[in-house]
Write a protein that binds this ligand. Structure first.
Ligand code: CP
Ligand code: NVA
Length: 320
């Protein structure tokens, strides 16, 4: 009984732990597919299944060891729109939270679900999950990176009629997981990144090298105005990521890196403002910028759905 039917259905297993797992050509294909699928379902109810229902019958297990609104909802809705379904395991209520190993969890989830999405702290945990899983594993954020977010960010940039090659992206604040994935995206899609952080809060050298080795200009500065000058995209994120200590020293050091109207005015007049959310308005971004005409943060949030659909299709061997 375990014969030809299961062989015929032998699934493609592609994990998406970081953007480089897919590569530049595939990211471009993901973006094109996301644009097409988004256009094709314009005006439809959000739960309606895409005409081709490419993931019909597939189920995604989502493991959350940290809080989430966008990642959790966008992957669930993405699976529904592709004709499949999703379920959630919280660390606190699953056996993972009582010490069951990642290896065993990966093997069990691989028998029960067609794919696994994980949000966790240590990146090594998701690598271990992928090593032991027999189905695609997707990074829904680790302390090191947030690749799914950046597919949505690139989609948002393109929608606002900006070409990726040669784009000048300026980052302000903490050199964190989101910035790491922006630097990785720069390497793959050939754009330049100016990074304005306080001393001691720069991104990891590995990601700077990745972009520079690919021929991108990466500028590290403590001068926020210099970073913003002539930029096409202004982007920031929380000064204190999940799991980090909320130290007064860090918050004090971050003050000059708030994206406010004066900083936005240094950028190109048609520059857009991005923030992955959740935002701390008044800290990393002023209310005037967050609510202002250059802010596209809610397009960016919606695009998590459209971007995640492309990631899922690639993981299941249906794209690229
Ligand atoms: N941007 C993002 O990943 O949001 P959530 O933490 O709400 O998932
Ligand atoms: N850098 C933030 C992103 C949240 C989506 C964090 O890790 O908390």
């Amino acid at each position: 009984m375990a014969g030809s039917a299961s062989l015929d259905l032998a699934p493609v297993v592609r994990s998406f732990l970081d953007l480089s797992d897919a590569g530049g050509d595939t990211i471009a294909a993901m973006l094109n597919d996301a644009i097409d699928r988004k256009a094709a379902r314009k005006g439809w109810p959000k739960g309606q299944v895409d005409a081709d229902a490419p993931l019909a019958g597939r189920v995604l297990a989502m493991v959350f060891e940290k809080n989430s609104t966008r990642t959790r909802v966008s992957f669930d809705i993405a699976m529904r729109q592709l004709g499949g379904s999703a379920l959630i395991l919280d660390a606190g209520t699953s056996q993972l939270g009582r010490g069951e190993s990642i290896a065993d969890t990966a093997r069990v989830l691989s028998r029960m679900a067609d794919g696994i999405m994980v949000r966790t702290d240590d990146h090594a945990k998701i690598e271990e999950m992928a090593r032991h899983a027999h189905v695609p594993v997707i990074n829904g954020l680790t302390d090191r990176s947030h690749p799914c977010q950046i597919v949505a960010d690139l989609l948002t940039v393109i929608e606002h009629r900006k070409a990726l090659p040669g784009l000048e992206v300026a980052w302000f604040g903490d050199g964190n997981n989101v910035l790491h994935s922006i630097l990785e995206a720069a390497a793959l899609m050939k754009f330049n990144v100016r990074v304005a952080t306080p001393a001691g809060f720069e991104p990891e050298a590995e990601f700077i090298a990745m972009a520079r080795d690919a021929g991108c200009a990466v500028t590290l500065t403590q001068d926020a105005n210099a970073a913003a000058s002539g930029a096409d995209v202004i982007v920031t994120d929380t000064w204190v990521s999940m799991g980090q200590a909320d130290t007064a020293d860090k918050l004090a050091a971050m003050q000059p890196y708030r994206v406010d109207a004066a900083l936005m005015a240094q950028a190109k007049s048609d520059a857009i403002f991005l923030h992955c959310l959740p935002a701390h308005v008044g800290d990393e971004v002023s209310e005037e910028v967050f609510e202002g005409p250059q802010s596209v943060v809610f397009d960016e949030a919606e695009n998590r759905i459209h971007a995640q659909k492309s990631v899922l299709l690639w993981c299941f061997g249906l794209l690229g």
